[in-house]
Write a protein that binds this ligand. Structure first.
Ligand code: ZN
Length: 473
């Protein structure tokens, strides 16, 4: 590049925009340049980053299969399937290919008609189409060119940012995930982790990576570190841009999640409950390697798919505790704490308000044949309709014994609600019933602290007067 054209475009041509892919790429340029903020990237640093992107792409295009550089080629292929370095009939000479690539990022000369950049609005005369733009010409985001239009105007800063994207995104060989958050520090940390990971992919390939946290777990960690005092919502875009079937999946966390994660860490029972959950969710393959990272699987429970409020955490806790005899007592205590904290933080509800119902059920279970009655409750606990019937039976039975327990109609309505609200409330109730039974010295669940979740263990149901003890394997 000659002196004049270098001066024509200053490094400040890199702008930060609201477009998720450009934004992730702009962060990646900043992180690759060693800068705290996008605005701090100097002209010189910008040139270095741009050359590095070209070099890495050229290495990838001529790499032999099985090498780390070849895996980087797979990444580029998934994002820019018809571009110079990824095309099936690509140039095989590395030097020629580098020159072709470098031309994509050359400073704007402004010879043709000037248009505003699609992303940041700066003037440019360069038009790009889907071969160089990820996610363009697909279902979502701007993206289908009107007929007869030669391409999208994209300025130099944004062109480099869009190819820095794979450094800042969380990658698989076929997809990329970017994060948006109201808090810039959370976005930056997400990108910092991914830049490091991208370096390992280029060196070792995907198979050489140690089992590492997925995008949801990385997001939660960043939220915990940076967003505890000013809660921020996040949104993850996971996408693939290949020739066959481009797709985009959007998920996100509500603002309460940052606070939830922060408080969870501060509360020993909840923190251990989360750890137990991570362990229960982890899977290993036959070689004993982690096939599913438990921390990522657990983090995913705090994400909602676009347009949904699914409360997957309480649902998962319920699914894993329904067979209460097989879960260690200490795990039930911890999961109760986790569930209570969830409704308290995410819904600003007092978890104790459900206690009268739990008390009613526990009294009824403890009254006679606790094992049979507990099983009866457990079968009904997942369904609003069945639970309602059981509450009527239990209430009537206790009434005959001269005991009454009034339940507020509003609370009853919440418990019997359909959808995730009902699930959430009934899960909370389930843990409260177990706790109330424990207080009445009716033992539910395994007593050994050694018990593994899937092991079948000796089960004891003791009542306070000790006249009944049952066992079965
Ligand atoms: Zn631009």
């Amino acid at each position: 590049m000659d002196q004049v054209s270098a001066r024509q475009i200053s490094a400040s041509s890199l702008r930060f925009t609201e477009h998720p892919l450009q934004r992730c790429g702009a962060w990646a340029v900043a992180v690759l340049a060693g800068c705290e903020r996008v605005e701090h990237v100097t002209e010189e640093q910008f040139e270095v980053v741009s050359r590095r992107i070209v070099d890495d792409a050229a290495d990838a295009a001529v790499a032999r299969q099985g090498s780390g550089a070849y895996d980087w080629w797979k990444v580029l292929f998934a994002l820019y399937p018809n571009s110079k370095p990824t095309h099936a009939r690509r140039e095989k000479d590395r030097t020629v290919l580098s020159q072709e690539m470098a031309r994509l990022f050359a400073p704007d000369e402004i010879n043709g008609p000037v248009r505003a950049c699609t992303f940041c609005g700066q003037p440019t005369d360069v038009l790009w189409a889907k071969s160089t733009l990820p996610m363009f010409d697909s279902i979502r985001a701007l993206n289908t060119l009107p007929p007869g239009t030669p391409g999208w105007p994209v300025c130099r800063g944004c062109r480099v940012a869009l190819w820095a994207l794979p450094y800042g995104a969380w990658l698989t060989a076929g997809s990329a995930t970017v994060l948006m958050c109201d808090n810039p520090q959370v976005e930056r940390q997400f990108v910092v982790r991914n830049v490091r990971r991208a370096g390992r992919i280029r060196q070792l390939g995907f198979d050489g990576l140690p089992a590492m946290a997925g995008p949801e777990a990385v997001t939660l960690q960043a939220l915990r570190e940076h967003a505890s005092d000013a809660p921020a919502a996040t949104s993850l875009w996971m996408f693939k841009n290949d020739n066959q079937e481009p797709w985009l999946r959007v998920s996100g966390t509500r603002t309460g999640v940052a606070r939830f994660v922060h408080r969870m860490r501060a509360d020993p029972d909840s923190a251990k409950g989360w750890r137990d959950l991570c362990r229960a969710l982890a899977h290993r393959d036959r070689q004993g390697r982690a096939a599913v990272d438990g921390a990522t699987a657990a983090a995913r429970l705090l994400f909602d798919r676009e347009g949904e409020r699914s409360d997957r955490l309480p649902m998962e806790l319920w699914a894993r505790s329904g067979d209460a005899e097989k879960v260690a007592r200490h795990t039930l205590v911890r999961w109760r704490a986790l569930c209570r904290l969830y409704v308290e933080v995410m819904y600003e509800m007092d978890p104790d308000r459900i206690k009268p119902v739990a008390e009613l059920l526990a009294s009824w279970i403890a009254q006679e044949s606790p094992r049979g009655r507990f099983n009866e409750y457990r079968r009904a606990a997942g369904s609003g309709y069945e639970l309602h019937k059981l509450l009527m039976t239990a209430g009537a039975r206790l009434y005959l014994d001269g005991r009454t327990q009034r339940i507020e109609p509003e609370l009853l309505g919440d418990l019997l609600a359909s959808g995730s609200q009902g699930w959430r409330e009934r899960t909370l109730l389930f843990f409260e019933v177990i706790e109330a039974l424990h207080n009445k010295k009716v033992v539910i669940g395994a007593t050994s602290s050694e018990v593994a979740d899937e092991d079948s263990e000796e089960i004891r149901f003791d009542t306070s007067n000790g006249d009944e003890a049952e066992e079965y394997a």
